[in-house]
Design a protein around this ligand. Structure first.
Ligand code: AMP
Length: 588
């Protein structure tokens, strides 16, 4: 079905931050963008926390609310830019007192609490690298990421520490300090509250260089361990500019990004970008609940709302309707992380009076790359067009589904409507600079002057990009990227499991569900009890990324080199043709 395009009224277009897309694309330069960020320290230093916090704390907006935190009991607590400056200074001083050195990794494992923002920004002020972890991860993903990133410090809560970290602590030799938020310290930990209270509120931010490391975000691939995408301080230029263009963000906005800061969206746009604009960011400690969300939107007079397709689909299905709430302040709605089906865009237009603006990016790009803009018509189902300063292309693909590289060269697709691997020309400031300790993997992500995204898309005759799917086996469940290899490995730790293959099974709300196919070792029977036991085992080890479905399969398809063919499992699950099976091992 073809969905009607959604035009924008003249007053919306005239007021948008980016009115003339073609001209902005022609004239944009990242150097110019840097000049626009006033109040930066002179010389060649650049520190994300200074751009986000200290710049405003030193000026007339120092008393403006930087963070409005809503606790689980619906109480709102405000923190001004001045207060945030002071608390992040204290955190930076504390790190120095503990002997944490410039460049060391400070991990956070926290829900959405004020200490998370203080720790992330204070870490960057101290010249250390912050690596946020999703607090719903189980012990296995936590251990793997802390181990790979050689974390020196972990900031978490007593409850999370007891449930998920205490048992793995001895496997993490580089972890020197665990700082606990709230409650008393456990043995081998430090209570953060008293330590911060005792720390000096003045701190001169470490004069980091634009290319110094600032953030380490772990993301999943199809094979091997999770990948640590390293971002540098000058990524902040991209956070700032893309929020202005793609989210239409302005200094007086009440901005709510619903993503958890344990993922890249929650850090780039849930923490950094709104602060660089001097706006107020809303942080809600509670989990998704339709009534709660409508209440936050209404009571906090949210003006710009950045959320995810799964959440919007859940709102669409809920008995409560946007019309039951006063959402008059809402001016702009955007979504990211997974395909946004046209129904949701249209629902926004009808139920909220505002269409949902889809945009596209990934952990490695650090900031939005392709977007539907406030002033531009929307073609429901399309991700929009590349932002000024971003050059996106589509590359011809080989038999493995990825861009075909012949003698180091790729072929760009210029004809409209043809599918190819989505690729980007390096040069934007928030491009990842490394996969942590994995230079080979990093090198493989580039070919012939392009960064290869692993996504497949097509472009229409007017330059709008349309998402087609992943070129690999990674799973997107409720907006979270899940690596099948990591899930398979966790299941293999159970004595009954000989082998596992994990795929994403389409789901109307979450996009995909993690589904596992398991071959049992001799002596184990495929009983319902064992199935439940394995699901619980997965949940205990992996937390939120564990399989939701599990079936037994003594005949998993393999390649001749012995790998489980997830592609075939998925085709069979969907009842689709099995495609090229020339590498399939024939049993017998
Ligand atoms: P992550 O690195 O976890 O942010 O996940 C990035 C991946 O999410 C992309 O490579 C896409 O596969 C998917 N993704 C992000 N935004 C969109 C979008 N607007 N439409 C479809 N898929 C998306």
């Amino acid at each position: 079905m073809t969905w009607p395009r959604i035009g924008k009224p003249e007053q919306v277009r005239a007021a948008a931050n980016l009115r003339d897309y073609a001209r902005a694309c022609r004239e944009f330069s990242w150097d110019e963008a840097r000049r626009e960020l006033s109040g930066l320290p002179s010389g060649n230093s650049l520190n994300i926390a200074c751009v986000a916090v200290d710049r405003h704390a030193a000026g007339p907006r120092c008393g403006r609310t930087a963070i409005r935190w809503i606790d689980r009991h619906d109480r709102a607590h405000d923190f001004s830019y001045s207060e945030l400056r002071e608390w992040t200074n204290r955190f930076a001083n504390l790190l120095q007192e503990l002997g944490v050195r410039r460049g060391d990794r400070v991990f956070t494992l926290l829900g959405r609490v004020p200490d998370l923002y203080v720790a992330a920004l204070g870490t960057m002020k101290a010249g250390c690298v912050v690596s946020p972890l999703f607090s719903a991860f189980g012990p296995e993903p936590i251990r793997e990421r802390l181990r790979l990133g050689e974390g020196s410090v972990l900031v978490t809560t007593p409850a999370l520490y007891r449930r998920k970290v205490r048992g793995i602590r001895d496997f993490l030799p580089s972890l020197s300090h665990v700082l606990l938020v709230g409650g008393d310290a456990e043995p081998r930990t430090t209570a953060l509250g008293p330590a911060l209270a005792a720390a000096d509120p003045e701190f001169d931010a470490v004069p980091t260089k634009p290319e110094d490391a600032a953030l380490l975000h772990f993301t999943s691939g199809t094979t091997g361990t999770p990948k640590g995408a390293l971002h540098v301080h000058q990524a902040v230029l991209a956070h700032h500019v893309t929020a202005r263009y793609a989210l239409d963000l302005r200094p007086d906005d009440m901005f709510w990004c619903t993503a958890d800061p344990g993922w890249v969206t929650g850090m780039s746009y849930g923490v950094i970008a709104p602060l660089t604009h001097g706006a107020t960011l809303i942080s809600d400690e509670g989990e998704f609940d339709a009534l709660r969300w409508y209440r936050v939107l209404s009571a906090q007079h949210v003006t710009v709302w950045y959320t995810a397709p799964t959440a919007l689909r859940m709102l669409m299905r809920d008995a409560r309707k946007p019309g039951d709430f006063d959402l008059a302040a809402l001016r702009f709605v955007a979504s990211v992380g997974e395909p946004l089906n046209p129904e949701v865009v249209v629902w926004g237009q009808e139920a909220l009076g505002l269409p949902v603006h889809d945009n596209w990016w990934q952990t490695e790009t650090g900031a939005i790359m392709i977007a539907n803009l406030a002033a531009a018509e929307i073609r429901p189902g399309s991700m929009g067009r590349p932002l000024p300063g971003v050059k996106a292309g589509l590359l011809e693909r080989g038999p493995d589904g990825r861009a075909l590289v012949t003698d180091g060269r790729v072929r760009e697709i210029t004809a409209p409507g043809v599918e190819g691997e989505l690729a980007l020309r390096p040069g934007w400031p928030s491009m990842f600079r490394a996969y942590w300790h994995d230079s080979e993997r990093y090198a493989r992500a580039f070919a012939d002057g392009w960064y290869l995204t692993g996504d497949v898309a097509r472009r229409d005759e007017d330059g709008h990009f349309w998402f087609v799917g992943r070129a690999d086996d990674v799973i997107k469940s409720a907006g979270h990227l899940v690596g099948p290899f990591e899930v398979e490995n966790a299941l293999l730790a159970h004595p009954a499991v000989a082998e596992a293959g994990v795929i994403g099974k389409p789901d109307p709300v979450a996009g995909e569900l993690v589904k596992a196919f398991v071959t049992l070792r001799p002596g184990y029977e495929p009983t319902e009890t064992l199935r439940w036991e394995l699901l619980a085992f997965g949940r205990h080890a992996l937390g939120a990324v564990a399989p939701k479905e599990l079936v037994f399969d003594q005949w998993l398809p393999h390649t001749r080199s012995g790998k489980v063919m997830r592609r075939l499992l998925k085709a069979r699950e969907l009842g689709l043709p099995e495609g090229d099976v020339s590498t399939l091992e024939v049993p017998g």
